[in-house]
Write a protein that binds this ligand. Sequence first.
Ligand code: GTP
Length: 498
Amino acid sequence: MTAAQTAVSAATVVSLPAAEPLKAQRDTTPLRLITCGSVDDGKSTLIGRLLWDTKAVKEDQAATLQRDSTGKQNDLGLPDFALLLDGLQAEREQGITIDVAYRYFSTDKRSFIVADTPGHEQYTRNMATGASTADLAILLVDARFGILEQTRRHATIASLLGIKQFVLAVNKIDLTGYDRAGFDKISHDFREFALSLGVKQITAIPMSALKGENVVYSGQAAMPWYSGPTLVETLELATVRSSQTVGFRLSVQRVSRPGESFRGYQGTVAGGSVKPGDSVMILPSGMVANVSKIVTFDLVRNAAVAGDAITLVLDRQVDVARGDMIVSIDAQPQVGLAFDAQIVALQPEGIEPGKRYWLKSGSRRQRVQVQPLSQLELKTGTWNAAQRLYMNAIGKVRLVFDEAAIFDPYEQNRLSGSFILIDPETNNTVAGGMVTGKRTELGGLHNGEARVILSLPADLAEQIMASELFASRSHEAEVRRMTAAEAADLWSSAASDI
Ligand SMILES: Nc1nc2c(ncn2[C@@H]2O[C@H](COP(=O)(O)OP(=O)(O)OP(=O)(O)O)[C@@H](O)[C@H]2O)c(=O)[nH]1
């Protein structure tokens, strides 16, 4: 399970249709999408339409939909597709989408996972949760109103989170009489803005989610002037962003000591891969050891890759505590007392300069002082000097720690490069952020903490990346499946080995 999946507590899932044999050309890596837009732009209707037209809706759900829609049909007599997504009771009661929910659907060519994220400003946080694993963002706008400030905010956050492919869904085009000039203006405005963010892959599609035009089926009959792809055709051609990362990372969640002599370090691999015999370093202490075993619940493995929950056994006694990070020696994260980052402020009180917050990244939690440097002006795309960041502001900040902190730049590793800030007085999550990778101060490390930090030349990093890719191909990771009794035997022999 990925961090994003764990973070989303109230995920509601619509089941996949019955498995069909994979077609030869089918891409088996699911494409992860987020949808964002303002209230009532039609996100729920669009996702409902996608599920309906790709036949991801089971018969019983379809019958329920028909029944629930009775009496509240729209003018067209179509079922209310948004009802398909009302997995959460609160959503029904309040009539708004309040949490992130994941849906699954597929076509002959590919499968998709879509995070249904809310449009309200105060839910930017959920938007960020959904975006962090996404390959592509669908930004919805109402054809009657065009690009709003919130469209710009969502597009900016999505681009900060590393999403490089955008679909601008110009929805409710039926309500403008399929006005081509209106569509052209909205897509021109958006393209200019997205280019200023550095996003080059932008597909603008005029659509009616309600009537199913240009979603899965063509809208040619109503819009003969549009000859571009439908939404689903665009999604089928999009690229999945690589989750391969340079360097093994395990953020220690628990130290397991079932007996006097056995110690295992448990956590989920947050990057790279590891195998027995590998040399690893424990951070922040800088101690070095070799991996002797990788154990999971009922398996002993000869390798583990990002996403695997494992217990790592080392070949010698070293001091490892919860929150420490075990990393590969040849591709280490950055360790330092000050980092540059970009954050999104999530609470009305904003971010106060000089105030001390808790910073949580992986299982590590430490005190930090946040110095706001600048804030993004959404209308112009410029960064203006700022001393304080208010709710929903996107800002550049400097993080200053009392004790050494450990990060990868977000663009190299989304897990070890991201964090949240917690107000120690209220326990509220006040910001989500990404480390931009510049360690701003090398000095200031306490005596004895100074160590050489490897920063890899690009060609070496590429070589390591290539070997990681190779090693993480699943068919090469030989996995021995065992019975519980065998596992217990092995566990006790592992314990007696050290
Ligand atoms: N005419 C027309 N109406 C649409 C279209 N798409 C959605 N609607 C209507 O717009 C209203 C809002 O749609 P929703 O799908 O609930 O909007 P949402 O963006 O999910 O709204 P929240 O969940 O509150 O954020 C509903 O009444 C839909 O029937 C469309 O393409 N054309």
